[in-house]
Ligand binder design. Structure first.
Ligand SMILES: CC(C)(COP(=O)(O)OP(=O)(O)OC[C@H]1O[C@@H](n2cnc3c(N)ncnc32)[C@H](O)[C@@H]1OP(=O)(O)O)[C@@H](O)C(=O)NCCC(=O)NCCS
Length: 189
């Protein structure tokens, strides 16, 4: 079943094919803001359709979840996107976190609310033990958001991500789950 989460101001749900026009508009509107920190997103409906299929395929096999954060009062308004990537079970029980917020909603606590809700899902329902999130040293808003959420800096990776034609350094951070429970079944699933 498709995951659906709620917070005081937002509904967070997995992307669907019908969201493709809104995704295209989101990345068109925010392209300049995202250019230094985010991978390139093609200005093309079929690209976003492929993204939706990829992310739904990942959640179907438990390797990642993407959430569109929509305004509870106006459910067509796409406010933020939060991605849980590269979930590993085995001995790690970990995942990676990525996020962005629409420019019209930046600086209003929406990103924090959306990311906090996905962390609660990752640590509660998915019972992950560790989330990592990495940001470019000049991305002060991203660093501030992670600090507010309790992420701790663990290191510095040179030339970590190839974004829009340039290798970019990143600061590595993580958050662990104090309420993690050892799984009842261990070994191969
Ligand atoms: C990184 C990013 C998601 C942070 O978003 P953000 O809106 O700054 O983060 P928050 O949701 O925590 O909002 C915090 C601000 O909202 C303010 N705020 C207003 N109302 C609030 C409320 N009800 N609750 C909480 N904070 C509120 C806070 O005071 C804070 O203000 P400040 O930035 O002036 O200190 C955003 O800058 C972004 O999308 N950047 C581009 C993409 C990107 O960099 N992605 C991450 C790659 S690593």
């Amino acid at each position: 079943m498709s995951a659906r989460l709620e917070s005081p101001r937002l509904v967070l749900r997995e992307p669907e094919e019908g969201d493709v026009p809104a995704l295209l508009l989101y990345y068109q509107f925010n392209d300049e803001r995202f250019a230094r920190w985010e991978p390139f997103h093609e200005d093309d409906l079929s690209y976003h359709m492929r993204w939706v299929h990829w992310r739904r395929g990942e959640s179907a096999i438990g390797r990642g979840w993407s959430f569109l954060a929509l305004d509870r009062a106006e459910p067509d308004a796409l406010i933020a996107i939060v991605n849980l990537y590269d979930i590993v079970a085995s001995s790690a029980h970990s995942g990676m976190l990525g996020y962005s917020v629409d420019g019209a909603h930046e600086g209003k606590g929406y990103a924090r609310e959306a990311v906090e809700t996905v962390i609660a899902y990752a640590f509660g329902t998915l019972n992950l033990h560790r989330l990592t999130a990495n940001y470019h040293p000049a991305n002060e808003r991203s660093g501030a958001l992670l600090r507010r959420l309790g992420f701790v800096v663990e290191g510095y990776a040179r030339d970590m991500l190839y974004l829009r034609g340039t290798w970019r350094d990143h600061i590595l951070t993580s958050l662990t789950n104090p309420a993690w429970k050892p799984p009842e079944v261990t070994g191969p699933a």
